[in-house]
Design a binder for this molecule. Structure first.
Ligand code: AMP
Length: 636
């Protein structure tokens, strides 16, 4: 074991040598000629001229040494299904899927939207796209038709992959039906929809000539082998949409070689995963954690990955520990929200199973509060490692790096800058570096390391204006997070600098939710803020001005109206963005120039001081917010 500070310095000061060494962790069809092309800052091209393939690295290269080892264990506590795939089985399934895609004319560079529940076929679909050089864009199954349509129009996929339905908490959730609706709303729909029929929605309607049955096509390609398509390192592997402050989600574009190297390196140094070991990441393939640490990361590392469809508390709150025990899980990855949910359950569930195989639990996506970290650390007796990162970076920006040095953890801090990330904390106004324990905006000095977004899909200008335009005096990538660093070098994340809300580790844009609420015909204007929530970190709260006040004049009518607004959000964006509470007011607090004072609204909703209000147009608006919140708290 070495010294992390030294390892880190090497990654910054001898950048090319460092990444050239890490690049040996993957297989290259053709070696690269140049480690980094940074001739057009801040656009970075890693491993120029090298040719590789993500699917080859995740599957084929393991056939020599571990063909019969488990690659993927699928467990659904919703349907009761469990299935194990060895690397050979995975190879066969991915080849079949790739052959089916090719039979429908999908080729290198074509986009494929995957809108799937957590089933093994979703992973086959991703790997099959990577195999043939098609660019996948997985859309989280919780997003509604309208959100899906926006992503279809931006990515313009040639084909979509879906299932008849998913299940959550014992309830069937239609997927194909939603795809139909999204295609109806889309200006540029795909030609084909490939459906994995699980027998969950017998009434599913089919569109002649467009809808294809995966099982029948698979049967036609049972013995197919499809050669991997070798991609130049910086060619795109996938697009993953994420929310920001505008109403339009951004397509985070990932390259191929840089991502493969970044994941292989993180599996080794940060996650300490060894070939043959087992990793259980309880996210969803629709999120970045799913891409990196359910699918590509563990498979590239030759590990067994657990793909789980179900909740953490069903059939009982011991289900995860049962999975850990039965599968001898070594590394686990989940969200602080999930742990807070489990913390509310009787302690005996954690003692039911032998979880001694578990070496470390990684938590990411939202702040990990100290009591939660301490509770799970005591309960499991495993290392608890807080990771801070973003959809954009694809792997941790801040983390302990235990394979290099087992540095002591401070609960409440995701430790240090991960190797390759040159970080600074800048004063919001002056752009100068802040001192020890002083609050600043966390920025990354470019070039961004391998694995990070290469641009915003189809919009280089947006890549620059969104991420690289916050400070005039220096070209830096802003994370949009406030942070401090203590005298020992540990970072503490204090929350977003923008209006992005983080519910249970999922990023939601205020504008997106406001636009969804405004789709209700009785809403004139609305402000959405994130307020502190004990379990989910934050909850969505809306303050709406109605067009026809007679429809909210009694508490009963207001309750009905609130339900309608919630249903509108479910329909437009998905239940994941549904406000926990909608307050009705007649005026929203704004500056004289008409800008919504979201931070003041949020402060009131959380019972904090509002700060400087000299620019407020009409103080009566804030009074209304105060009254609404007070009334709600009294009635809660
Ligand atoms: P997403 O891209 O959806 O994963 O959201 C990224 C955002 O989640 C970051 O910008 C942070 O605001 C927050 N976040 C992620 N991980 C952590 C963490 N370990 N601690 C605090 N905040 C986090």
């Amino acid at each position: 074991m070495g010294n992390y500070a030294e390892f880190y310095r090497g990654s910054i000061d001898q950048r090319d040598a460092f990444w050239s060494e890490q690049a040996k962790l993957i297989d290259w069809h053709q070696p690269f000629e140049q480690v980094l092309d940074y001739s057009k800052p801040p656009f970075a091209k890693w491993f120029v001229g090298g040719q590789t393939n993500l699917c080859y690295n995740a599957v084929d290269r393991h056939l020599k040494e571990r063909a019969e080892q488990k690659a993927l264990v699928y467990i659904s506590t919703e349907t009761g299904q469990e299935k194990t795939y060895s690397f050979r089985d995975l190879y066969d399934e991915v080849n079949r899927f790739a052959a089916v895609l090719q039979s429908q004319g999908v080729a290198k560079g074509d986009r494929v939207i995957i809108y799937m529940p957590m089933i093994a076929e979703a992973v086959f679909a991703m790997l099959a796209c990577a195999r043939i050089g098609a660019i996948h864009s997985v859309v989280f199954g919780g997003f509604a038709a309208h959100s899906l349509a926006t992503r279809i129009d931006d990515a313009t996929p040639k084909l979509m992959v879906t299932a008849d339905a998913g299940m959550r908490g014992g309830k069937t959730i239609p997927y194909k039906h939603l795809v139909d609706e999204a295609i109806r709303l889309s200006a540029n729909p795909p030609e084909k929809v490939l459906i994995c029929h699980r027998g969950l929605d017998p009434d599913m309607a089919l569109v002649e000539g467009r809808d294809l049955d995966y099982a029948s096509l698979r049967a036609e390609h049972l013995n197919a082998t499809v050669e991997p398509v070798w991609l130049e390192s910086s060619e795109p592997s996938y697009i993953l949409y994420t929310s920001g402050t505008t109403g339009k989600p951004k397509g985070v574009q990932r390259d191929t070689g840089g991502y493969a190297v970044a994941l292989a390196a993180s599996m080794k140094h940060i996650y300490t995963g060894k070939p043959g070991e087992v990793m259980f990441t309880s996210s969803d393939i629709g999120w970045v954690v799913g891409h990196s640490y359910i699918v590509y990361g563990p498979l590239i590392a030759g590990m067994t990955t657990i793909v789980y469809e179900g909740l953490p508390i069903r059939p009982n709150p011991a289900i995860w520990w049962k999975i850990v025990s039965e599968n001898k899980v070594n590394i686990m990855f989940t969200s602080p929200t999930a742990i807070r949910v489990l913390k509310k359950q009787p302690a005996e569930y954690l003692k039911k199973y032998d979880v001694s195989s578990l070496r470390s639990l990684y938590l990411a996506g939202e702040p990990l509060d100290e009591p939660t970290a301490r509770w799970i650390s005591d309960a499991l007796g495993a290392n608890i490692i807080d990771n801070y990162w973003q959809t954009e970076t694809g792997w941790p920006i801040l983390s302990a790096v235990p394979e290099i040095e087992d540095t002591p953890r401070k609960f409440g801090s995701p430790s240090f800058a991960a190797y390759g990330f040159n970080l600074k904390l800048l004063h919001e106004g002056t752009g100068k570096e802040v001192g020890t324990d002083e609050k600043g905006v966390l920025v990354i000095v470019p070039p961004l390391p391998p694995g990070c977004l290469s641009t915003v899909w189809g919009d280089d200008a947006r890549f620059l204006s969104t991420y690289f335009s916050s400070f005039e005096n220096e070209l830096v990538y802003t994370t949009f997070d406030w942070a401090t660093q203590d005298a020992d070098g540990y970072y503490f994340i204090l929350g977003r600098t923008d209006d992005v809300i983080n519910v249970a580790g999922h990023r939601l844009g205020t504008r997106e939710i406001e636009e969804a609420i405004s789709a209700h015909n009785n809403i004139a204007e609305v402000a959405v803020v994130g307020v502190h929530d004990e379990i989910k970190g934050q909850a969505v709260m809306a303050f709406a001005v109605v067009k026809d006040p007679s429809r909210t004049s009694t508490p009963e009518e207001a309750a009905l109206m609130e339900k309608e607004v919630m249903a509108t959000v479910d329909r437009e964006l998905g239940a994941i963005a549904r406000p926990a509470k909608v307050h009705f007011v007649t005026l929203l607090p704004k500056t004289r120039s008409g800008k919504l004072l979201r931070r003041s609204i949020q402060a009131i909703a959380e019972g904090r001081e509002t700060g400087d209000l000299t620019t407020l147009d009409d103080p009566g608006a804030l009074e209304q917010i105060k009254n609404a919140v007070a009334k709600w708290k009294a009635g809660k």
